[in-house]
Design a protein. Structure first.
Length: 310
């Protein structure tokens, strides 16, 4: 397995501590990537333990360890329950999701994730999918672009940006990163680096339906966890973190628990373990600056006497 090349895993020890690993348990790594977190989990499993590794990026397969305890699933983690059932697994002891983009994806210019390189405006995590960032820029309506940049990137002048894109795409090519960035400079607000990062984040979330996938996975997690099993999620921006925080706390994605007409609280099968998110230590920040925005939240499946664990 490649080490320290593909991706540097964040909050490694905090994840391992938080999952409270049962040596003979079954664990799911929703975002295998470079296999850093997976490798650490495997070290804590005995010969009976198993690791189910999801990753929709075909490049991740190269990092698989030669270990018969690992089942690799080359699909989006939104299909969590479906593929567990396919492998005749009904319950697992823990679920980990390290969200966002791997260092490898950022560092390969032609993938289109990074503002630092020129390349096609791609941004597909699964390169077999048809929708890419260039299509979004070229074909989405002004209203839809405005909504994406405002909601997914929190871009301050999202409306102005959307209007400019729709005007410019009639007369010039916006298919590469440099073409796109150069066209946008007249409306850049504040620090250009931060501005473009927000714009690219919005496009990436749209292309990969990141929020839709995250919500689907979270909704399935309580069903697949054994009572006492844990889910750990690492987020990299406030929008993701809010979804995870609300779901762990309330069992839904709203800021408050839903009450029906009779005042009955919505069902929540999870107990929050991390009242506040765990963030990187000063040492980790020094060694891996990309960890600076990461937040780890952990929840546990509530133990109920009439629940059947496996």
């Amino acid at each position: 397995m490649q080490k320290g090349i593909y991706h540097v895993p964040v909050l490694m020890q905090e994840v391992i501590n938080g999952l409270q690993i049962d040596p003979s348990g079954i664990y799911v790594d929703c975002t295998f990537g470079g296999g850093g977190h997976a490798s650490a989990i495997l070290k804590h499993l005995n010969s009976s333990g198993r690791l189910i590794a999801f990753d929709q990026d075909a490049d991740a397969v190269k990092n698989l360890p030669d270990d018969d305890r690992v089942i690799f699933i080359p699909h989006n983690f939104r299909h969590l329950q479906r593929f567990l059932r396919l492998h005749k697994i009904s319950k697992v002891n823990g679920v980990l999701a390290d969200l966002g983009v791997s260092s490898h994806q950022f560092n390969v210019g032609e993938r289109g994730f990074s503002t630092r390189f020129n390349g096609a405006l791609d941004m597909r995590m699964n390169q077999s999918e048809k929708l890419d960032a260039a299509y979004v820029i070229q074909n989405y309506s002004e209203e839809r672009l405005h909504k994406i940049f405002e909601q997914y990137g929190e871009v301050t002048n999202a409306k102005t940006l959307a209007k400019l894109i729709v005007q410019l795409r009639k007369t010039q090519s916006l298919k590469t990163i440099n073409e796109f960035k150069n066209a946008l400079y007249p409306v850049v607000k504040g620090n250009p680096e931060k501005y473009f990062a927000q714009v690219f984040q919005a496009l990436r979330i749209e292309v990969n339906d990141e929020f839709g996938a995250l919500k689907e996975m979270l909704l399935q997690a309580p069903d697949v966890l054994v009572p006492g099993g844990r889910i750990a999620v690492i987020t990299f921006h406030s929008l993701e973190d809010r979804l995870v925080k609300n779901f762990f706390k309330n069992g839904n994605f709203d800021e408050i628990q839903e009450n029906d007409l009779y005042g009955t609280l919505s069902k929540n099968e999870l107990k929050v373990i991390t009242k506040k998110p765990i963030t990187p230590s000063q040492e980790e920040l020094k060694n891996n600056p990309r960890s600076r925005s990461s937040k780890l939240r952990i929840a546990e499946k509530i133990k109920v006497s009439n629940n059947i664990s496996k």
